[in-house]
Design a protein around this ligand. Structure first.
Ligand SMILES: [Ca+2]
Ligand SMILES: [Ca+2]
Ligand SMILES: [Ca+2]
Length: 313
């Protein structure tokens, strides 16, 4: 079976428990093969299809709804393929990516809430927009690009906040935001001009791990750098509690002048659009005195005493 010259093509598996592999069948040609409910599927090859949608959800039956999808070490490498969309439905579903460069959208249907993603070897996965996963593992020299979007990872899954912190420390790559681990191609582009943005790490109101492209120092992930964020960084400077939400904005394990430099620069620079870099950085953003920072919210008396008279920088 061959599909070619479609804007999008949907493969819906006929049974509940699916085991699928996507790979490169021939130069420039992708392929989906595997089994559905234990029955071998006729392999589907595709070429010049912009969006391939794999639907393993439609025939999910409770109790046998765990689907396993693997992208082989070859990658898919189909001419014209822009996005692989996955609709995995209910169950404990897995996606293992062993190679290639693939843009994957897990938002159809129930989204990725029931999908655990593992990226191995030197595979590169782009997760555009705002996505949610049950778990994320990034091994070897693999990389996951959030572009200018966000990723939420379930608090009930196996992925720990320490792992995500490490993925981000690696992906940040000294501020270039092009490292292995979790990175942002939008922040990487912006690093070439002003470097005001990056991937911030925090939590959803429900306590799930959340990673978001935003201004450096936007610790509450609301796309603004303001007094709320400064309060968190100042508090984290005192306690050295660790974590991005406590002011470790460069993921190096400390809250110090390097982190204040990042938030100060972004505070000044946030008048420009979040995804668009200005043509040239302004020379006067490098350091701003404490007196020009926004007023902190009503702080505890200890913090007020500590910070009302003495600049941190
Ligand atoms: Ca399923
Ligand atoms: Ca904020
Ligand atoms: Ca730091």
């Amino acid at each position: 079976m061959n599909a070619r010259d479609f804007a999008s093509f949907t493969l819906t598996t006929p049974n509940s428990a699916d085991i699928l592999t996507l790979d490169q069948a021939a130069p420039n040609t992708g392929r989906v093969s595997g089994t559905s409910g234990g029955v071998a599927l006729e392999p589907l090859t595709f070429f010049n299809v912009t969006t391939v949608i794999v639907n393993t959800a439609a025939n999910d039956a409770s109790g046998s709804d765990n689907d396993s999808i693997t992208i082989a070490a070859s990658g898919i490498n189909a001419t014209g393929l822009k996005t692989l969309k996955l609709n995995v439905g209910t169950g404990n579903n897995t996606l293992t990516v062993n190679g290639g460069t693939t843009t994957i959208d897990t938002t159809p249907g129930l989204g990725g809430v029931n999908l655990s993603v593992t990226v191995n070897n030197s595979a590169v996965v782009t997760l555009p927009g705002d996505q949610t996963l049950a778990a994320l593992g990034i091994n070897n020299s693999a990389a996951v690009d959030l572009v200018n979007g966000s990723l939420t990872i379930s608090k009930t899954g196996p992925t720990t906040s320490a792992q995500v912190f490490d993925y981000l420390a690696s992906g940040r790559n000294g501020g270039a935001w092009d490292g292995v681990g979790l990175f942002s191609s939008t922040a990487a582009n912006r690093a070439l001009t002003d470097g005001f943005t990056g991937l911030a790490m925090g939590w959803t109101p429900e306590g799930n791990i959340r990673v978001k492209y935003t201004w450096n120092g936007d610790v509450n992930l609301d796309e603004l750098v303001n007094a709320d964020d400064y309060f968190a960084v100042d508090s984290g400077f005192i306690t050295q509690a660790g974590g991005y939400e406590n002011g470790d904005l460069n993921y190096d394990g400390f809250v110090n002048a390097d982190d204040y430099f990042l938030i100060d620069s972004a505070f000044i620079g946030q008048s420009s659009g979040l995804s668009a870099a200005p043509s040239a950085p302004s020379p006067d953003v490098l350091t701003i005195p404490q007196s020009q920072r926004p007023q902190k919210k009503q702080a505890s008396s200890v913090l007020s005493q500590l910070f009302s008279t003495k600049p941190v920088l």
